[in-house]
Design a binder for this molecule. Structure first.
Ligand SMILES: C[S@@+](CC[C@H](N)C(=O)[O-])C[C@H]1O[C@@H](n2cnc3c(N)ncnc32)[C@H](O)[C@@H]1O
Length: 292
């Protein structure tokens, strides 16, 4: 499907064309997506779009046409624009990383609530983020906790490069080390907080995911093994081998996985502290503690 946006097409005309093309292609919320793409590519906010509606799109015409072509193939908007807002900050997103989800903010909130409730917000905490992807978890936590330091691991070197760029852009790169490894393999020192949003879709469910996920998120960011829980088990094993002192554990979980994940870590000596729901009402993050 083609859309003919020329340099002399006005912003208002472009918005109409984008909306119509996305609607005809069966995109669920065509006018919302058209606005996001237009604003993102022209670098305008909603008020600017209204105020400048009769101005031509100029040299951005080609980028707008290309963006529509990609969205019609169900590519997520954040991938087309190359960035995504998370917990109030802007993150670089590339095809090498999971497109960060708003639901993942539940894990950040849970971790920060526990740290604050214990009066630890200004302490020199040591944090590990396993499966860091774009780095949203570790970068956000270090930005919120000015004296904390961290390690972020991933099996994907390409993802670690994106996370490093985000750490630099957000100004926390001097407090984080990026390590290409599985789980916490090779890490030798214990942590005060371990956080992770690991892959948790069962292998058999991946083929049935919606196109915007199945065709665009990296497989290693989705596939959690036969029952979706294999990386949680790996992390539990790592923690048992590594920790010599108390540790807080915070995990994002799939919509029906909270009990299973709590059980995996309880079997490794952790006790359940708290859970947090996402906007859809599902338990999305769980917190536990190993007290030594
Ligand atoms: C669901 S994504 C989460 C990315 C990011 N933390 C977020 O919340 O957007 C999971 C990430 O874990 C990585 N991964 C998968 N298996 C892993 C393992 N065994 N050890 C470390 N990282 C792993 C993937 O490459 C991917 O970047």
């Amino acid at each position: 499907m083609r859309v003919d946006i020329r340099p002399d097409t006005t912003i208002a005309e472009a918005l109409t064309l984008l909306t119509r093309t996305l609607g005809e292609a069966g995109i669920e919320a065509p006018s919302r997506d058209a606005r996001f793409l237009l604003q993102g590519i022209l670098g305008l906010d909603g008020a600017d779009v209204l105020a400048r509606s009769d101005r031509p799109v100029g040299e951005d015409a080609g980028r707008l046409s290309e963006a529509v072509r990609r969205r019609v193939s169900h590519e997520p908007i954040s991938r087309i624009l190359g960035r995504r807002a998370f917990y109030g900050r802007d993150f670089i997103v590339t095809p090498d990383v999971l497109d960060p989800r708003p639901d993942t903010e539940a894990a950040v909130e849970l971790a920060l609530d526990l740290i604050e409730a214990r009066g630890l917000s200004d302490e020199a905490l040591s944090i590990a983020d396993i499966g860091t992807g774009s780095g949203i978890l570790i970068v956000t936590l270090l930005a919120e906790l000015p004296n904390a330091r961290g390690i972020a691991t991933d099996i994907s070197k390409a993802a670690l490069d994106v996370a490093r760029r985000n750490a630099e852009a957000i100004g926390v790169a001097d407090r984080v080390e990026f390590v290409a490894t599985t789980g916490l393999d090779g890490c030798t020192r214990p942590f005060d907080l371990v956080i992770s949003n690991p892959p948790y879709i069962s292998t058999g469910e991946i083929g049935g995911l919606e196109r915007s996920v199945r065709d665009f998120d990296p497989l290693e960011a989705l596939d959690g093994g036969a029952d979706g829980l294999s990386v949680y088990r790996e992390i539990a094993q790592n923690i048992v081998e590594l920790q010599r002192s108390s540790v807080l554990l915070v995990f994002e979980v799939g919509a029906t996985q909270a009990d299973d994940v709590v059980k995996i870590f309880s079997n490794s000596g952790a006790h359940f502290l708290k859970a947090r729901r996402d906007l859809g009402g599902h338990t999305r993050a769980v917190a536990l503690e190993i007290h030594l």
